[in-house]
Design a protein around this ligand. Structure first.
Ligand code: IVH
Length: 676
């Protein structure tokens, strides 16, 4: 059968796209489309070439997977090619793979117990390490599988790569292969620093690893938190290996090479599937990115018998997880207003299945982030949803930007209440200045007020609150206590019974605790724990209202910023009015004896400041100790400070204390002074 002109054209177009993305990935370290999309392009081309073998050309990207080595680094010839793996995207494809293995090995029973070595498929960059007489002599990238790049200077900076093997018995020439990756925590920290310095960030840990390895200056690589797991042996000379892959891995470990702690031997397809489930469930907790698992026939004799097909072994397969990154288009960019008025830009997306769910909204975090990524309506973007994390827009595919798009700006007026939007210098967030006048803030404040850790009103959902706020039935929380059964039961989807229950729940919530009440007020920075500390320290609302900044900072966990927030809150008349109305509506709690009145103690009348890391207690523990013994703790050193308690890495407070001649204590001195 002859391929039609349309198919010929399609094949050419796929090749062109794949070449372009290969180049971006390997030569520029700047990917433009997610892996899943790339894989689909390659698959589509492979399928067309299988159907129409007459169209296969030598220069088709399917004939050589990988990229041109970049010109700046020296090239390395892999005497034994570095292969790639076939993928299974479903259980059926995995079963097909196993069936092919069993058939080729002439098992008559389908080989239900065939041993596989199962390992995570690490999402980094494949690297070859060459050891001569146990000494690391060369590190190389995979490149196109035959020709890679010499990155010896860079792999030497990776702490987990031994420069000399441990023990003995290793072959005279030993080439090992594995994956260099950037652990997630290191990636986040690196990007955070780069963002602060206004430098380029990495899109994902894999790109970060690949990019770091191809630096020309090893000092730059040394600053990148890279790690490496070794997963196979390449070339060996003058020496032998055990009979099973799993034993080879153990031996590599004994020689000081780092291997993945999650490798296991499993039996048959069923064992593979259980492993896939297990690793999939723990994927987010692993600390490094993986994009599937790899199964390798464990017996090396069987591996030899199975051999290879062009670029991949017949004895191994990569079983991929559903992609965590996909492409979709932006239909709108909107700003959501939160409880404190913060405006969060959100991209409304054409629905797309990613990370196991359908996603149609993705956060853009804040206005700086939106501008940095320059997301526009009509753009094609990469969305990412990893684990339970809220979906986010990773980047725009610039080559697919339609003409005549417009940059999105921070609105000058709140999209909900038209109050001015304010952005304090140096703060990432822009806020609506409408306060409780803004229906969005009011609704969010009310949702917070009735939430489980606050007044805990059962059965008052977000939708109902939004409706009631929109209808001006709730202008402040005290209006809740005036909601009648009739007006509730007349609502859609609210029968007499649920209206009764809700009224009863609202009624019951009147009886609360000071801690819950404080938390419910939604004072910025006052979370559940701080509210509890404030309540038990002062015992009554009046005492908190009357407390000075200095007194507030005596409370465990309350620093100058939180203290200021509390003061500011109680200085606003409208907040006092809301409290008044709530009390009039019958909200009450039992007041308790304040804990702050310290017993007379050895530290009575003395003021302390604590700084640095103490050897055996946290700063909060030290603070509590000082207070128990009658002393006072403040946040900054002044001429009124009697003692500075300084631990390791003390900074400016120590310098200031020294200049003011304030006596400096260490933890032992403090314990002695406090007579404990
Ligand atoms: S074995 C012949 N094991 O996946 C076997 N590869 O698609 C070749 N990879 O280039 C590789 N984790 O970068 C193997 N546990 C693992 C792996 C793994 C990640 C990567 C490797 C390779 C690519 C093949």
């Amino acid at each position: 059968m002859n391929a039609s002109a349309a198919i010929r054209k399609k094949v050419e177009s796929l090749r062109e796209q794949i070449r372009y993305h290969n180049y971006r990935y390997h030569s520029l370290d700047d990917i433009e489309i997610p892996d899943a999309e790339y894989d689909r392009l390659v698959r589509e081309l492979q399928e067309l070439e299988e159907e129409h073998p007459e169209l296969v050309t030598d220069d088709s990207p399917t004939q050589r997977v990988g990229a041109e080595p970049s010109s700046a680094l020296a090239t390395v010839q892999h005497r034994l090619p570095m292969l790639s793996l076939d993928n299974a995207f479903s259980e059926d494809e995995l079963r097909d793979f196993h069936a092919r293995v069993a058939e080729k090995l002439e098992f008559e029973d389908g080989a239900p117990d065939l041993r596989y070595s199962a390992e995570p498929k690490l999402d980094g960059a494949a690297v070859s390490l060459l050891y001569e007489d146990g000494v690391l002599v060369r590190g190389a990238t995979r490149g196109d599988g035959t020709t890679g790049e010499d990155i010896t200077h860079n792999v030497r900076t990776i702490q987990s790569v031994p420069l000399r093997l441990l023990g003995e018995g290793f072959p005279r020439t030993l080439e090992v292969r594995g994956e260099v990756f950037m652990p997630r925590a290191g990636f986040e920290a690196y990007n955070k620093k780069a963002r602060q310095a206004g430098e380029k960030t990495f899109v994902n840990p894999r790109n970060a690893a690949a990019g770091s390895l191809r630096q020309l200056d090893p000092r730059l690589t040394a600053e990148r938190p890279l790690d490496m797991y070794v997963y196979s042996v390449g070339l060996i000379d003058e020496g032998g290996l055990p009979d099973y892959h799993s034993e080879v891995i153990k031996l590599l470990q004994a020689w000081g090479l780092k291997t993945c702690p999650e490798s296991r031997v499993v039996n048959g397809v069923e064992g593979c599937l259980r492993y896939y489930e297990d690793i999939g469930a723990r994927r987010d907790a692993l600390g490094y990115d993986i994009d599937g698992v790899v199964y390798k026939v464990d017996s090396l004799a069987m591996q030899r018998e199975l051999g290879f097909i062009s670029r991949a072994p017949r004895w191994a397969i990569a079983h991929k997880f559903p992609a965590q990154e996909e492409l979709t288009t932006v239909e709108a960019v909107e700003f959501q207003v939160g409880r404190t008025g913060a405006l969060t830009p959100v991209a409304r997306l054409a629905p797309v299945f990613v990370g196991g769910v359908t996603v149609s909204n993705a956060t853009l975090h804040n206005i700086d982030e939106l501008h940095r990524k320059d997301v526009r309506v009509g753009d094609t973007v990469i969305v990412r949803r990893a684990g339970d994390v809220i979906p986010e827009v990773v980047k725009v595919v610039m080559s697919r930007r339609p003409s005549k798009t417009r940059r999105v700006h921070l609105p000058k007026l709140c999209p909900v209440c038209r109050s001015h939007v304010e952005r304090i210098d140096g703060e990432a967030v822009a806020r609506c200045t409408g306060g409780l006048y803004c229906k969005a803030q009011r609704a969010e404040a009310l949702k917070h007020f009735v939430s489980r850790k606050a007044l805990d009103v059962d059965g008052l959902g977000a939708k109902l609150i939004e409706q009631l706020v929109a209808e001006e039935r709730l202008s402040d929380p005290s209006d809740l206590f005036r909601l009648g059964r009739e007006e509730l039961s007349s609502r859609e989807r609210m029968g007499d019974k649920s209206a009764d229950n809700l009224v009863r729940a609202i009624d019951a919530s009147r009886s609360t605790t000071l801690a819950r009440f404080l938390y419910a007020l939604g004072i910025r920075e006052v979370g559940e724990a701080t509210a509890t500390n404030l309540a038990s320290y002062f015992g009554s609302l009046q005492a908190i209202q009357d407390a000075s900044l200095d007194e507030l900072t005596q409370v465990p966990d309350v620093g100058p910023i939180v203290a200021q927030r509390v003061r500011s809150f109680f200085e606003e008349q409208h907040n006092l009015d809301v409290i008044e109305r709530l009390l009039e509506s019958g909200v009450y709690w039992a007041e308790s004896k304040p804990q702050q009145v310290a017993e007379e103690g050895p530290l009575t009348g003395k003021t302390f400041v604590i700084t640095g890391t103490l050897p055996s207690m946290t700063r909060d523990e030290a603070k509590a100790l000082i207070q128990r013994q009658g002393g006072k703790v403040t946040g900054s050193v002044s001429s009124k400070t009697d003692f500075l308690v300084a631990g390791a890495n003390a900074g400016s407070k120590l310098a200031k204390a020294q200049s003011l001649k304030v006596k400096v204590l260490d933890e032992a001195d403090l314990l002695e002074l406090a007579a404990v």
